[in-house]
Design a protein around this ligand. Sequence first.
Ligand code: PMP
Length: 374
Amino acid sequence: TLYLDNSATTPVLPEVKDAMLPYLLEEFGNPSSKYYSKADNAKHAVQISRERVANLVGCKSKEVIFTSGATESNNMIIKGIADYYNEKRGKHIITSQVEHPAVLETCKYLESKGFFVTYLDVDQYGRIDLEQLKKCAEDTPPLLITLIWGNNEIGSLNPIHEVAQYCFENNILFHSDATQVVGKHPIDLEDYPGLRFLSYSAHKLHGPKGIGAAIIREDELGLPTKITPLLHGGEQENGLRSGTLAVHNIVGFGKAAEIALDNLELNIAELKQNEVYLYKLLKEKYKDRVKFNHLEDNKIPGILSVTFPGINNELLVKNLAPYVAVSTGSACSTSKPSHVLKAMGYDLEHIRSTIRISLSPSVSKQELDIFNQL
Ligand code: PMP
């Protein structure tokens, strides 16, 4: 089966696995232990990985907090800010209707605790409107703005640079879920002074599952930004995320991040080429029996949102499964019709006929030609 569900997860690269193995075997030390070499080696490996994970997005290594993945990073940052700052900054949170459930459900939980959340509308490609956001923030200054950077179902990019600038000028805390863009879009946080918080995950960039990063940038004075931790305990990760570090996973994340950065331009070009190839192939084969919901440009390369009107997407995905693995949308909410496409203005019939195809840089054109035979 040709695997084309890379937005759900990606295979671990052999180099990543090789980097991880020693830390499951001989180098099993706890990096919080002291004085003996197994502890020092583990600590050193974590530090190198922290630098690699930071380099991928252009922040300082001390601004990286290792978590179990982007779900935890989103929860930690949003709840942590809400708890720590609400007395000073109020209870209004601004987000959008097309966030990942890890953000939406966290916001809903906070609503149940007395916070007030605005879910911004999006355009037909799933992007928020900057003017609407500014108006909303001016009406009731928010405690936090949290927006997805690149959408996991259709690949559209939000105007993160503009929002970051606005937040910088207006002293608003801004977080972005960058899980789908890291490794597929150049990110240098030095260019985004207003973007103080970022979430991403290793398993979307050929690293292991169960490890991610919460980036918590220093404040304007270079001091650590405070939030209330989700996990209390041994005070690892500057007291922000207690628990013995998953050294093997961290090493895998670091290796994957290093490879992703070294190959960033190449991967983007290959993803884009593959996307254009498949787009043309499907268009030629199915003519007006196929519709595309994603943008052709200014998006995460390699994500296609494809609609076959009149054909049930669950059945289609199931029938394709022996040949190609694709999905009806996000792996995290497959049982419900896509809230993303709904917010983009599509009706239920359209949504129930839509599949997501997410490519990898390494897939070949010959492999993609399988769609000609289906
Ligand atoms: N946010 C986005 C945009 C995602 O695509 C995903 C993965 N489906 C997550 C968060 C959750 O990441 P993790 O699996 O690492 O918890």
